[in-house]
Design a protein around this ligand. Structure first.
Ligand SMILES: [Zn+2]
Ligand SMILES: [Zn+2]
Length: 306
């Protein structure tokens, strides 16, 4: 099963140095999810060859423009491309009226169902689930209500060793119980067959946490503990710590400290201030605290391995 993150936009407020406002695509088991939708997101998705008409869920972290100004474009193009499947949008309160007003002004009656899900910006909770994954929110610390999103693969069932089934002559009707981890009673001999003899462990579930925008906020640590990849706000270098605090953003060292405290496997830093043309200084600072840090590079896909 595939699990990857593609950065579409990595800059903060203003597009600069060839970088764009926030957006990311998460691909899990060939399903495509969009996180944030800054201005120009649909053009960038086309440029990177993302099959974004397949997106059925869009998660918006907060209502600063650099995270949702591209949404009306996506909504409108879906209509013009004759989409007929519903599109679900998850965000803190206030987004629906903004989007609907724009549609009303253009007398656009959508050909598909647009469903808004208002999230509680004060409580971390499960907001989405399908057969493959769960998505939970985590409350961030920003100037306006802002939520991070944690994508987790579901625990798969145990894997049956086919040869063992034949060896013990286990009837097929036992398979669901075996996959669920139960032992089997051999009716011929009256002996118990241990589940561990006939199955192997399922693959380890992988996880991704998107935490942007936020000031340094250790409260998030328990929620993102041990994730395989953490994307964290890293708007400024360490010498701008005061500016980061004033604007409710994070510095390199702060992002790296959160990664360290949460014991994540890898940290991706992004949401870069326009004051940085060259990002190497940011990477070096983050790596000085958390060596497994990488930069968010637009168009680059990072696979989350087991
Ligand atoms: Zn932002
Ligand atoms: Zn913001």
């Amino acid at each position: 099963m595939s699990f990857s993150v593609t950065v579409i936009g990595s800059n903060s407020a203003i597009p600069a140095h060839g970088r764009h406002p926030s957006a990311q695509v998460v691909t899990i088991n060939d399903k495509v999810y969009l996180i944030d939708c800054g201005e120009g997101t649909q053009m960038r998705l086309n440029e990177f060859g993302v099959k974004w008409m397949r997106v059925n869920q869009i998660f918006i972290s907060h209502l600063h423009g650099d995270h949702f100004f591209g949404l009306i474009g996506v909504v409108s193009t879906c209509h013009l491309m004759r989409r007929n499947r519903p599109l679900d949008i998850y965000s803190p309160p206030g987004l629906e009226s903004i989007i609907r007003d724009q549609l009303i002004a253009g007398q656009t009656e959508l050909m598909y169902e647009l469903r808004f899900h208002e999230l509680n910006p004060e409580q971390s909770e499960r907001i989405y689930e399908n057969e493959d994954i769960t998505v939970d929110t985590v409350v961030l610390n920003h100037r306006i209500p802002c939520l991070g999103f944690i994508f987790r693969e579901k625990q798969r069932q145990r894997k049956i060793i086919r040869e063992k089934l034949a060896e013990y002559q286990i009837p097929v009707e036992f398979i669901p119980d075996i996959k669920a981890g139960k032992d089997i009673l051999d009716e011929g001999t009256g002996k118990r067959i241990l589940n561990s003899e006939i199955t192997t462990d399922p693959p380890r579930p992988r996880s991704y946490a998107y935490c942007c925008d936020t000031a340094y906020f250790p409260n998030i640590v328990p929620y993102i503990q041990g994730v395989d990849l953490l994307y964290h706000d890293c708007t400024f270098a360490e010498d701008s710590e005061q500016r980061a605090a004033d604007t409710f953003h994070s510095t390199t060292i702060q992002a790296a400290r959160i990664a360290q405290q949460a014991g994540v496997a890898r940290l991706m830093i992004g949401h870069f201030s326009s004051k940085y043309d060259d990002l190497q200084v940011l990477l070096r600072e983050a790596q000085s605290v958390f060596p497994l840090s990488i930069l968010a590079i637009e168009g680059r896909t990072t696979a989350i391995e087991r």
